[in-house]
Design a protein around this ligand. Structure first.
Ligand code: PEP
Ligand code: MG
Length: 748
């Protein structure tokens, strides 16, 4: 029987009139859900509200789904079909929802059986208010008239819901805050994956990580002695030595004296005596520790130095460790071990420390999936996700949290069902590829074209699975990582030792060193950049190297010596002009000359190339191709600079689109120029491990992809299924597209 839409629309207006009598917005929404579902003959009707603060849709009322889903089901803009409706501000109607790419259902609320799906955004002008969703088990249930009717209802509801929200805004806010403060019940939050993998553990709240007063407060009723304090100092020292030892074992190349600054502080008589004196004068030891640490922090704050943050944190970290060892409970190293850190932002150097202390996973609130902390987390095999959900920062320590970095979800207090659903994979590296022992694996398309899969490496530990994965060499060695955790620039000799280890680990395979690429999100704690308004557009990368030629020369000399017998390539990051490239190249050639004159064992003819990361090079690509030995396309930055989208800013992540037509066409232009001059070209940004783009990359002629080693087996298998003719067809189609939306549909 045909549904009576007129009656429905009338009833809704009646209901709006009745709103004053309902106890609150949620009861009102529930009535609407019930009424709509009845009139539409739909088994499910749900209402979501949109929250600007978190940019999330939250399920507020439902008829048909399990009531416990209310408040728990949260969707990001663009997530699932409902998220899509709110993102694109249009109705989404599907006759067979489970077959639609991007469909998300929540098994825990019994949603999977409903095939007919209609989501209509509730909007006022360009303001998103919420979404109305109806679902039915029978396929093909909703027709165009239904869409029109639900649209009409949604538009009627928009004003009223907005009004209601205004009227009870305060109450809503209070509730919202309460909900933010404690997400005690199981909850699921969508996130973006910076480093894949799964991790379960107790929350280590990073932002409260240094709250000394909490310890003092907790210990105020207990009296401690000077002897207790001394024991805590000894224990802390032991812990730090242990942490230092572990990092040396695990990360040989960054094993600078990362924890020794703190060990030194503990040995500093002035620091320890300041606390001991207070204790002797009658201050309870926890308060004495906190007061002294705060004084030191205040002193550091007065120094207008850029490495402040790190020094400040070192002192605060010591304070926290001392207090934890004195009063027990949270804060000691046991806190990190097996924990999942939830923190607003994190520097790569901080992640290195956490890794050596056994952190299992990380949730950050800001940062992008191509940011360097994500890239480093992949090297360290620490699952890292990015969730724009500030309420996570208020999770109490010890809350159970599960990071599903395979599908992009965080579960808070996961239910047994969820835990059973999710299989935590065994650690221990990638699956063995199908090759017989000792046989070199060759990557080929289905029709037999050879493709080189090279590895991106950041740390020596990236090479530990090399024998299993068998990359065709290293297409990008980000040399800056061994620089970032030190307290000063490593000397030529120190660099040589690290680089030589990489060379030895690789054997005969080619090895591409990228010279220092610091700045942006890779800050050196020991270098004062001064205040930069826009570090990503600041004194970074090759600009830094050309400005500080002493540092650059030391690095180049170390590379040339370590790579004396290697198949050596050197490339410069962020080249913006022919002038810059030629200047950097001349320095390398000068170093070769000097080393040869000194009689040093060094590489005499390294290949010298550049990274294509700035749109500025497109118009001079022919000249660069003439001068350079090779190109390597760094799409992470190329996309960032071409589209003016900060790659570390989660808020603009939806604009970070490697398949923007300008990006795709530019890539072709670069490859064509290299081909024309008979030069090698590879791609080493994250596009090289994104399955959606591989066909295109092959189609424009790329035969060298450099990617994180863990992705190599998967991409190798995928290439094995691809056909070059199909790739060229796809490429031609994509190059004709004018709009992002058209490309989106094809690559999806
Ligand atoms: C890139 O920009 O694509 C790249 C590979 O370099 P990084 O990610 O280190 O900036
Ligand atoms: Mg880059």
């Amino acid at each position: 029987m045909k549904r009576d839409h007129t009656k429905l629309i009338c009833d809704v207006s009646e209901l709006i009139g009745l709103f004053v009598d309902t106890p609150g917005l949620e009861a009102f929404l529930q009535k609407i859900a019930e009424m709509v579902s009845e009139h539409m003959g739909s088994e499910v009707c749900s209402i979501y509200l949109f929250y600007d603060e978190t940019q999330e849709l939250v399920l507020k009322a439902t008829r048909g789904l399990k009531p416990e889903a209310i408040g728990r089901v949260r969707l990001k803009v663009g997530e699932g079909l409902t998220g899509m409706a709110i993102k694109e501000m249009r109705p989404v109607c599907e006759r067979n929802a489970s077959k639609v790419p991007g469909y998300r259902y929540f098994p825990e609320i019994g949603e999977e059986v409903y095939e007919s799906f209609l989501a209509v955004p509730i909007v006022r002008g360009q303001t998103r208010i919420g979404a109305l969703v109806i679902q039915n088990k029978r396929k093909d249930y909703f027709d165009a008239e239904d869409v029109q009717a639900v649209r009409a209802i949604a538009s009627q509801l928009a004003n009223t819901i907005e009004m209601a929200k205004l009227l009870i805004g305060l109450e809503e806010k209070r509730e919202y805050r309460a909900q933010e403060a404690v997400i005690q019940q199981p909850a699921r939050i969508a996130c973006r994956v910076g480093a894949p993998g799964t991790a379960v553990g107790k929350v280590v709240p990073g932002d409260r990580f240094y709250s000394l007063q909490e310890f003092v407060e907790a210990a105020k009723n207990k009296k401690y002695s000077l002897e207790d304090f001394s024991a805590a100092v000894r224990q802390t020292e032991k812990e730090l030595e242990q942490a230092q030892f572990q990092i040396e074992e695990k990360l040989a190349d960054v094993a600078s004296l990362i924890f020794t600054a703190q060990i030194l502080m503990l040995k500093d008589a002035a620091f320890i005596n300041a606390m001991a004196d207070l204790i002797k004068k009658g201050t309870n030891p926890p308060a004495a520790i906190a007061r002294t640490v705060e004084q030191y922090v205040a002193m550091f704050d007065k120094l207008s130095n850029s490495y402040l943050r790190e020094k400040r944190q070192d002192v605060q970290d010591i304070g926290k460790r001392l207090l934890a060892n004195l009063v027990g409970g949270k804060g000691g190293s046991a806190d990190y071990q097996g924990g999942v850190m939830v923190v607003r932002e994190l520097y790569p150097s901080e992640l290195l420390k956490l890794s050596s202390e056994g952190i299992r996973g990380v949730v950050v609130l800001s940062g992008g999936i191509t940011s360097h902390v994500s890239i480093l987390a992949r090297s360290l095999e620490i699952p890292l996700v990015i969730a724009e959900a500030p309420q996570l920062l208020r999770l109490p320590a010890d809350t159970q949290i599960f990071i599903d970095g395979e599908h992009g979800f965080i579960y808070i207090n996961p239910s047994r069902d969820v835990m059973a659903m999710v299989k935590v994979p065994e650690k221990g590296g990638p699956a063995k590829p199908p090759a017989r022992h000792g046989e070199k694996i060759v990557t080929k398309t289905r029709d037999g074209t050879r493709v080189s899969l090279l590895a991106n490496i950041n740390l020596l530990c990236d090479l530990k699975h090399a024998q299993v994965i068998q990359p065709d060499g290293v297409g990008l060695y980000r040399t800056e990582f061994p620089f970032i955790v030190r307290s000063d620039f490593p000397t030529e000799e120190e660099q040589y030792i690290v680089y030589k280890k990489v060379v030895d680990a690789l054997g005969d395979e080619e090895l591409t060193f990228r010279t220092l690429d610091i700045g942006g999100d890779k800050v050196l704690s020991y270098y004062d950049y001064g205040k930069e308004q826009n570090p990503f557009l600041g004194m970074r990368s090759i600009r830094f190297s050309l400005k500080h030629q002493d540092i650059f020369i030391q690095q180049v000399r170390a590379i040339l010596k370590a790579g004396a017998k290697a198949d050596l390539k050197i490339m410069f990051p962020m080249i913006s002009s022919l002038d810059e490239f030629l200047e950097a190249k001349a320095i390398v050639l000068e170093c070769v000359k000097d080393l040869s004159q000194e009689g040093a064992d060094c590489h005499r003819r390294p290949q010298i190339g550049l990274m294509i990361e700035l749109p500025a090079v497109l118009e001079i690509i022919q000249e660069l191709a003439r001068e350079a030995d090779f190109f390597s396309i760094g799409t992470n930055d190329f996309v960032q600079y071409m589209l003016a989208v900060d790659r570390t800013n989660e808020k603009v992540a939806e604009f970070y689109l490697p398949h923007h037509p300008s990006v795709l066409r530019s890539l072709k232009k670069v490859v064509d120029a290299a081909d024309m001059h008979g030069k090698e070209v590879s791609i080493c940004g994250d596009m090289a491990h994104d399955e959606r783009y591989i066909l295109y990359l092959l189609g424009i002629g790329l035969r060298r992809l450099s990617l994180d080693p863990s992705y190599i087996p998967r991409i190798r298998a995928l290439i094995g299924t691809m056909d070059l003719r199909a790739a060229r067809r796809q490429t031609a189609r994509l190059l004709r597209c004018e709009k992002i939306g058209e490309i989106d549909k094809i690559i999806r």
